[in-house]
Design a protein around this ligand. Structure first.
Ligand code: TXA
Ligand code: MG
Length: 319
């Protein structure tokens, strides 16, 4: 995937008040910033700005959209985004702030952009313990979407130098607070009323999760989950979808791009970052329309367009 044009001058700055103020103003402006957490360094962007989230994918060169974890400073903020059942309350009390991520039903009035959840009706959420990430959350006043701060296909970064080697020239700022405590990603769980599903093993063991939740734990790694509903790991539209459509057939809702106008548009100006930010909202709108089929205009598969193409191809073959 191409680097942004013009390439970024990547500053590596120590964690202090001035660096956090710089980072917060970049976040509010829609840039992404690398920031340490207690697990690994994350590449953070304002979760409420779809285009800022799209820039995470562009910087990582990720060839597909996976749902991202949203980081918040407090339980109060978490409850504005997700709905908590009793086991989730118990797990929050036991492990937050800390290296536990919970996948919960997203609130209908959540301010989080649909690209963060990749169109799912659940959301992964975590209160991180690291003082740098906590400081950035407070200074920006935004929920922060953050995957690990490595280029796609590279290992997760546990120090600023790893981030610099992987994303140097693709992002503006790396906040350096030395090596991370755990060096591997958070444990991901999906608490239902009767059981807690472990979707990704991590620093908090299944035994500790079971003891805190007081209900059984099952190991169900995300990749193996494909049933519809709460634990689905990929959004798939309920209507057939046709790709590379230059005009709509009578029974189709056409999602346009650039010169192809359609019933709605991913980006009238043909901007791929805007198209990525709009993708899931436009697919949901097409599903809700009175047309039984969906068609999508052709998009260039360059840069972040590759991730859009991947997501549309999966939707067309309803994975
Ligand atoms: O320690 C961590 O969790 C780090 C730091 C930066 O916080 N973040 C991280 O994010 O590892 P990422 O994007 O590399 O991993 C997110 C994982 C993915 O495997 C994704 O599939 C899963 O979370 N995930 C996110 N939302 C989900 C959802 N609604 N349902 C199921 N899985 C979800
Ligand atoms: Mg990762």
């Amino acid at each position: 995937m191409a680097t942004p044009n013009p390439p970024f001058q990547t500053a590596v700055k120590p964690f202090n008040d001035a660096t956090i103020a710089d980072a917060a103003s970049r976040i509010i402006a829609g840039e992404c910033v690398a920031v340490p957490t207690e697990t690994v360094y994350g590449l953070a962007a304002d979760a409420t700005q779809g285009e800022a989230v799209a820039r995470i994918y562009a910087a990582k060169g990720r060839p597909s959209f996976n749902p991202l974890i949203v980081h918040v400073p407090t339980l109060n903020e978490a409850k504005k985004i997700a709905r908590f059942n009793d086991p989730a309350e118990e797990l929050a009390a036991a492990f937050w702030p800390g290296p536990l991520t919970m996948v919960l039903p997203a609130r209908k009035d959540s301010p989080v952009a649909s690209l963060v959840t990749a169109g799912l009706d659940t959301i992964a959420i975590r209160i991180p313990a690291h003082p740098a990430m906590q400081a950035l959350l407070k200074a920006s006043g935004k929920p922060l979407a953050a995957p690990s701060a490595n280029a796609s296909g590279r290992i997760s970064p546990s120090c600023a130098d790893h981030v610099q080697k992987s994303l140097g020239g693709r992002i503006g700022l790396i906040i350096d607070a030395g090596p991370t405590q755990h060096g591997l990603e958070s444990t991901i769980v999906a608490p239902t009323d009767s059981a807690v599903h472990i979707l990704r093993p991590g620093p908090i063991s299944a035994d500790r999760v079971a003891a805190a939740a007081g209900i059984p734990v099952s190991i169900r790694e995300a990749a193996k989950i494909d049933a519809p509903g709460q634990l689905a790991s990929h959004y798939a539209p309920s209507k057939p979808l046709r790709l590379d459509a230059v005009e709509a057939k009578a029974d189709e809702w056409l999602i346009g791009f650039g010169a192809i106008v359609g019933d709605s548009s991913l980006s009238p100006s043909g901007d791929l970052v805007e198209a990525a930010a709009q993708l899931f909202a436009r697919l949901h709108e097409a599903e809700a329309s009175d047309k039984p089929h969906i068609a999508v205009a052709p998009l260039p598969a360059t840069g972040i367009g590759a991730a859009i193409a991947d997501r549309l191809a999966r939707a067309a073959h309803s994975d």
